[in-house]
Design a protein around this ligand. Structure first.
Ligand SMILES: Cc1cc2nc3c(=O)[nH]c(=O)nc-3n(C[C@H](O)[C@H](O)[C@H](O)COP(=O)(O)O)c2cc1C
Ligand code: SF4
Ligand code: SF4
Length: 450
């Protein structure tokens, strides 16, 4: 049976699943309930000078039949008095001494940082997380993402915290920046013990087209909020990878962003995360999702023969290269399984209008066919096909050749002029423009315009 326990920068936790700092960690009541359900740790809702919030506060992107694919909030840090939170941290630690309780903090001046760090340590917090990520409200007051976007300021504040802290310090980064490794390196230079990422992405989730106001609406007006939930996972994975691969960032990483099941967690761990944090999925489905997460992760580790999280942490990192180091001799083409095909012809339209005109309609049949010599192996048809494994990408090279853009560049074998004979698409089939007028346009979109 796999051992799920982790030692994250010196913070012990029975499993790598932590609640992210957010409404689910607003009180000791919720955190104890979550620990009881099986969560390994919790990052307390950010503490500082208590705020006053507005209503409403949340907006969502519902996509087709799925609700809250993306979630957005304009909420600030904790609005509860610090003394109440400190008392509850103490209570939680008394009842759950082996679970990880991390205090998320956000204040302004150095003296306030020193004071609040001492306060939460005295209450028994196992670690501190510095919230340099909130992209709304708090940043207008010079805190949150305003700090996360200024590596020098960020480093200074990490140093202030490290002057007094005796427990591990995690710096939580904002994704609202071009290169996440810059603030990550600054945090490391300031002495942080670990990083967590991502906080929310600055966003507007939509506009009420009758009232002409974006969501969420506060007395007829709105403001930009922070985006999270399943939609942000790809951005979070990439930023986690960027930090994990950076030689200047050799500290543990807590992965956050769109995690809602054990598979999501495994992906973050494979890209270098030592723990994962969850917010939106718990706000949507409740603390109970942890049961499936723990069981699923444990089953995956047993299947793969991983005894501990460390056995597979970062295992995908060696497989992420820069583009110029990919093998250009690797060649796949699409193949349609006629038995599985339901004849919707979505693949035909996608390839015809959005790719390389390599799928043709078959006279007398709903099942289209691939013109292999036209196929560039882009994957688009297999992605739009609604039938699982109906279009597969089949390898056509024999694996004997390996050539990268970087090697071609060094050999002087790359296109350098506008009409260079080395252009990659020179010999690809492209119909003449007038052929467009005789090409059928099937009606099958299934997209409602309501
Ligand atoms: C309503 C709401 C409030 C949040 N409040 C905080 C906060 O006080 N401190 C903080 O560091 N992050 C806060 N976050 C960000 C989350 O901790 C997390 O970084 C983000 O939501 C991405 O994770 P998710 O996709 O699992 O939601 C908040 C997120 C939401 C949705
Ligand atoms: S998208 Fe898939 S199911 Fe639809 S026609 Fe193409 S192969 Fe068949
Ligand atoms: S892989 Fe791309 S080019 Fe090839 S058939 Fe599919 S959509 Fe067309």
């Amino acid at each position: 049976m796999a051992d799920l326990s982790v030692n994250f920068a010196g913070i012990q936790s029975p499993n790598p699943f932590w609640l992210a700092s957010a409404p689910p960690t607003n009180s000791g009541y919720q955190i104890m309930k979550a620990f009881d359900a099986g969560w390994g740790g919790a990052v307390w809702k950010t503490l500082g000078i208590p705020v006053v919030n507005v209503s409403s506060r949340y907006g969502a992107v519902n996509y087709r039949n799925s609700r809250m694919v993306g979630f957005n909030n304009i909420e600030l840090i904790s609005d509860r008095p610090l003394s109440d939170n400190l008392r509850e941290i103490e209570e939680v630690k008394k009842r759950f001494p082996h679970h990880a309780v991390i205090a998320s903090l956000m204040v302004g001046p150095r003296e306030e940082w020193h004071q609040i760090v001492r306060d939460v340590e005295n209450a028994g917090a196992d670690g501190i997380e510095l919230n340099f990520g909130c992209p709304h409200g708090m940043c207008e007051r010079g805190m949150g993402s305003a700090v996360g976007q200024e590596p020098k300021v960020l480093k200074t504040i990490v140093e202030w915290v490290k002057e007094v802290s005796t427990v591990p310090v995690i710096t939580k980064l904002t994704p609202n920046i071009t290169d996440i490794t810059q603030p990550a390196r600054a945090a490391v230079a300031g002495g942080t013990d670990a990083l967590s990422l991502i906080n929310t992405i600055q966003s507007l989730v939509g506009v009420d087209i009758d009232r002409f106001v974006p969501y969420p609406i506060v007395d007829g007006k709105s403001t930009n909020g922070g985006y999270c939930g399943p939609a942000v996972k790809p951005i979070a994975l990439n930023m986690t990878k960027n930090c994990a691969q950076d030689p200047g960032v050799k500290v543990p990483i807590s992965g956050i962003g769109g995690i809602e099941n054990w598979r999501d967690a495994v992906e973050f761990i494979l890209l270098g995360a030592g723990t994962v944090q969850v917010c939106t999925a718990v706000m949507h489905f409740g603390f109970g999702i942890i049961r499936e997460m723990v069981a699923g992760l444990s089953g995956y580790m047993d299947d793969k023969g991983f005894a501990t999280i460390e056995d597979f942490r970062g295992k995908a990192l060696d497989h992420v290269l820069t583009w110029e180091n990919l093998n250009m001799k690797y060649k796949v083409v699409a193949e349609i399984n006629e038995e599985k095909c339901i004849g919707c012809q979505l693949c035909y339209t996608a390839c015809e209008d959005g790719a390389h005109q390599a799928i043709k309609l078959t006279p007398g049949s709903r099942v289209p066919h691939i013109v292999e010599e036209n196929c560039v192996g882009c994957n688009l048809c297999s992605l739009v096909c609604p039938v699982e494994s109906c279009i597969t990408m089949e390898r056509r090279d024999d694996g004997s050749e390996h050539l990268t853009w970087s090697e071609r560049t060094m050999a002087g074998n790359v296109p350098l002029t506008f009409d260079d004979p080395l252009a990659g698409g020179l010999h690809h089939s492209v119909p003449s423009p007038t052929e467009a007028l005789s090409t059928p346009v099937p009606r099958h979109y299934g997209l409602s315009q309501n």
